[in-house]
Design a binder for this molecule. Structure first.
Ligand code: IPE
Ligand code: IPE
Ligand code: MG
Length: 255
């Protein structure tokens, strides 16, 4: 990523027309497992970090499209609890890329009414990154357009453990009766308590797995896995996936 690259607010090369998408059936929440940066770089004999840099450009495109078509929530899996096990130099590069991304995009987040939030074990992030993240979240807190939920140091199992601990404490102190625990109470104690469940989950780079992402929330999400590596993921493919989503019949267990 460099500072001259187009930002979130750069206008689309092709205007998104209502003949491509049914604007009355836009998903409320899209979640994405942005995978394949390393393989993209390897194919080009580049350092994996170059793949992450190129991947940051795809993030800007996806954010712009979501804003243009009126998506409410975009949740991006940017760094998992398991990703802390990667080589130190890759973690350092990812963290500095994240900080740079937040700093360079703050202006266009404001211009485009985008609110940025984060879910995950944020206390594990380096101090300077966390400070920049907190500032960006604070700055954008009153924006009511698209909401981006960055999953950072995020793991679905840790989220469930944290939820169980919080509910157990409330039971212990008498605030909640065990028999009152239901799905709503569980949802209210997840990091995503005020975020609707994803309607559409996209994973790039072809892996047929969830990799510890939003385990509770994706119970009824429509899933799309594409072989395209995240840095190669295009606006046309993103729109085609949303179009495909609009053609699906969501039955939620009914007939
Ligand atoms: C996704 O790309 C980005 C992160 C997990 C941070 P990868 O880095 O996992 O790329 P591959 O899967 O090795 O190609
Ligand atoms: C999932 O990708 C995490 C993110 C996209 C941030 P990984 O590359 O870490 O997942 P695995 O190792 O293929 O399951
Ligand atoms: Mg991967």
């Amino acid at each position: 990523m460099n500072s001259s690259s187009p930002s979130i607010s750069a206008s689309s090369k092709t205007p998104i027309k209502s003949d491509i998408l049914d604007l009355s059936k836009i998903p409320e929440h899209i979640a994405i497992i942005m995978d394949g940066n390393g393989r993209w770089a390897k194919k080009r004999f580049l350092n994996r970090v170059k793949g992450h840099e190129k991947g940051a450009e795809t993030v800007k495109m996806v954010v712009r499209v979501c804003r243009e078509i009126g998506i409410g929530h975009l949740t991006l899996f940017a760094f998992s609890t398991e990703n802390w096990q990667r080589p130190k130099n890759e973690i350092t590069a990812l963290m500095s890329l994240l900080k740079k991304f937040l700093l360079t995009e703050q202006k266009s987040l404001m211009e485009n009414e985008i609110r940025l939030r984060a879910i995950g074990q944020l206390e594990k992030l380096p101090e300077d990154v966390l400070a920049t993240l907190n500032r960006t979240m604070h700055l954008t807190r009153n924006n009511h357009g698209l909401q981006i939920n960055l999953a950072l140091s995020y793991g679905g199992r840790s989220e469930i453990v944290d939820m169980v601990r919080q509910i157990a404490e409330k039971v212990q102190s008498g605030m909640i009766l065990p028999e009152a625990i239901n799905r709503e109470i569980v949802s209210q104690h997840l990091y995503t308590s005020d975020i609707p469940d994803p309607d559409l989950l996209i994973r790039t780079s072809g892996e047929m797995r969830i990799s510890n992402f939003l385990l509770w929330q994706i119970a009824y999400s429509e899933i799309c896995v594409t072989d395209t590596l995240w840095p190669d993921f295009s606006e046309d493919e993103f729109l085609a996936i949303i179009k495909n989503f609009q053609c699906r019949e969501r039955r939620f267990g009914k007939v």
